[in-house]
Design a protein around this ligand. Structure first.
Ligand code: C2E
Ligand code: CA
Ligand code: CA
Ligand code: CA
Length: 278
């Protein structure tokens, strides 16, 4: 019980490491941002559902921790998001992603990349400028970048967020709403912020076969996307059955192990070209 109390965040909102562990992780992350090759990106193809042809790739961060091995984002993202590293971290990830995209282009592979942003990044009035500078640095056209935000971002009343989203759209980058269905965003928000893409959370996709509710949520989102002219991407597609169900609903795009897991760039390159030929 004592342990539970000490670990306790009564809201349950915080996962991950606690107390001194967080402090150590933060110091190590600060270091990771200063050296090369600790923070790396795994790229997961997004595909056209009917053909399996790639339409982009999502950048998912991995950390080659000096003593703990390869860490998934769950082990550290939450710590980043509650620290002053949230800005520098996203800048670093954006640079890595754009470097990969410009390498691909040099090799003849024209493929957009999606980068995950933290909600707090959207509270930075300088974000559009920062993104513009990064695009220029790597010579990547703005429409080859998708920025993934979560629903909660749109629900925030802050006028800064609205300004930042308008600024990003003005650059020509595309905006995707990640984990759609897990928050409480409304139709109004989707239209007001003129997002380009909605990603249906894996939880619903994986439950489609078992839960009529999950099925209804996915179907409604697909219909909504079509009505509003948004691309709807089904996340976490793992089986041929799920793929068929989604195609039956009129969903056109997906991501998931059924098509490809996240891959380090050398392999991702080959997979994207391979999928394109398949
Ligand atoms: P997300 O943005 O929803 O990313 C999808 C997650 O689902 C990824 O986990 C991916 O590896 C996993 N996934 C993809 N297909 C399948 C599938 O078919 N089945 C299953 N079971 N899982 C699948 P990952 O890479 O561990 O990332 C977890 C979360 O960490 C991401 O969720 C995202 O919210 C966050 N994240 C990752 N990279 C970044 C980053 O660079 N910046 C920020 N702020 N957050 C990031
Ligand atoms: Ca995402
Ligand atoms: Ca997601
Ligand atoms: Ca997620």
């Amino acid at each position: 019980l004592i342990d539970a109390l000490h670990q306790g965040d009564p809201t349950g909102a915080r996962k991950g490491p606690v107390g001194s562990e967080r402090m150590i992780l933060l110091a190590e992350l600060r270091e990771a941002l200063l050296v090369e090759d600790q923070l790396v990106l795994a790229m997961q193809p997004a595909v056209e559902l009917s053909t399996g042809a790639p339409i982009g790739a999502e950048a998912l961060v991995r950390w080659h921790h000096p003593s703990r091995g390869l860490l998934a984002p769950d082990a550290f993202i939450e710590v980043v998001e509650h620290s002053d590293l949230v800005g520098p971290f996203s800048r670093y990830i954006l640079d890595l992603a754009l470097r990969i995209v410009s390498d691909w282009a040099r090799g003849g592979l024209i493929m957009p990349v999606a980068v995950n942003l933290s909600a707090r990044n959207l509270l930075e009035p300088e974000l559009p400028q920062m993104v513009a500078a990064a695009l220029a640095r790597y010579g990547v056209p703005a429409d080859r970048l998708v920025l993934e935000i979560t629903e909660t971002v749109m629900m925030d009343e802050s006028p800064v967020i609205e300004e930042v989203l308008i600024g990003l759209r003005a650059l020509g980058v595309r905006i995707a709403v990640d984990d759609f269905g897990t928050g409480y965003s409304s139709l109004t928000l989707l239209t007001r912020f003129q997002v380009d893409e909605v990603k249906v959370d894996r939880a619903f996709v994986s439950q489609m076969g078992h839960s009529p509710e999950a099925m209804a949520i996915v179907k409604t989102t697909v219909d909504l996307g079509r009505a509003l002219g948004l691309r709807v991407v089904a996340e976490g597609v793992e089986t041929a059955e799920q793929r068929a169900t989604l195609i039956g609903m009129g969903c056109t795009a997906a991501q998931g192990y059924h098509f490809s897991p996240p891959l380090f760039p050398d392999k991702a390159n080959a997979a994207l070209v391979g999928l394109a030929r398949a």
